[in-house]
Design a protein around this ligand. Sequence first.
Ligand code: MSP
Length: 512
Amino acid sequence: MKTFYITTAIDYANGSPHLGHAYEKVLTDVIARFQRLLGKEVYFLTGLDEHGQKVQQSARKAGVEPIEICDRLAGEFKSLCSDLRISNDDYIRTTESRHKAVVQTLLQRLHDKGDIYKAEYSGYYSVRQEQFVTEKEQVNGNWPEIFGEVIEVRESNYFFRLAKYQDWLVDSLKREEPRIFPNFRSRDVLEFLKEPLNDLCISRPKERLSWGIELPFDNDFVTYVWFDALVNYISAIGYGTDAFERHWPVDYHVIGKDILVPPHAVYWPIMLKACEIPLPKSLLVHGWWLKAGSKMSKSSGGAENPLDWIGLYGADAFRYFVIREMNVGQDSEFSSELFLRRYNDDLGNDLGNLVSRLLNMVHRYRDGKLTTPTVTEEPEAVLQALWQETVSAVVDDYKGFQFHKGLERTFNFIRAINRYAEQRAPWKLAKDQSTDGQALLDTCLTHMAEALRLAVTLLLPIMPDTSERVQALLGGGFGDDWPAQLQWTHAVVGKEIGAKTILFPRPEVPSA
Ligand code: MSP
């Protein structure tokens, strides 16, 4: 059976991980976990993009080999994955031989069929930045200071015939092959394709860039950036072997909006078509995390690192925050105030207090055991009806990548459990020794516990640790059939309920 194959972009090995990288991994992980819960066999790939000018430059500056820089950053990115509980099945590095071999196979094939050709290229070259620049980058007819000396360079290079495939690509995209989510992004792509495409320069002479994969048909050159990086999606899953057929075509490439046009929506489909490989099914394009209105990344500075919040508040709090705040496809602003508000209000008060107060009461009043409820009056019926509404809406939200809405609904349900508790006031019922009072107390505690179990089950893709922890506190052993686990069955009855726990402690916030 074909797997559900999902990938993130592979991160550039030219700086430490930042919030943008973390978000993309969490988002992809949420989708991967959700699909697993729906019973799919998922294959989830992420990795590191290691070749190129910037890595070579940083290595020269530091007086080390480029691979040393890559090894260090691979360590940092992999730690980020484990800190964030990312459930990737593989981690591809573009310096691995399994990757290089596939890049060279494709290059050779395209060269053989005449889709790669050699031609002279002339352009402006910034000596200081060691890169080609275009006249568009001039300010009032002058090159900005950062470029240093700019010279005109003529050199031979290899080109990939993109233009030849332009009409085919437009037709294909109109047929939604691949499908682009959110839909408005496909309009951007078609707009871009209204202008004639230039063939793509895919090489650099080795004397200028040696840190790359050698062209198999001309060892004076290495291949440049996209032809190397994009191929990771098929090299990692064993292109050319049987394993490949189990995973390809990919179900979702999850990427940021900056790398949709042209790399993922133009270069990649054309590369695949030219190599006679089926196209990706879909591209899921997320927006940017912004700070003070600019894209947040290494180069935009930013003194405080949002990734520090993972260590301070835990992976789940971070995952909750980024998924709750970002409407997939749009941009979002990172703010410490908002993070703290979500942590204290949603996680600490609404969920955390519910857990600790419920466990406390079950032990105080019932010695840690819940019994089958005997009363169903309006408050119980209302809570159960709200659950039915919530669960189907949230599963639909998740299917449509509306995770922020799904979380909003789930937390509305959690607040409804708290309201139900206020209404029934079990602390008062505990003082009422009548049979009716005691029956109502049992009913109330079991309803609270069952509703809580259901709510955290719905949170599994987003907050896996918290969800499992609360399920364990409620006695655990609820099975692994997720849709079945989402049914209101009073599954908590008879379980050994754990002791009162503080799920989201208030950490000591470092002073500014
Ligand atoms: N190496 C290329 C991708 C090659 S994929 C075959 C690259 N690397 S990157 O490190 O610059 O970005 C990796 C991913 O992080 C991209 O999808 C990018 O959109 C995403 N983000 C980088 N900064 C971001 C934000 N500030 N916010 C959200 N995501 C952004 O591009």
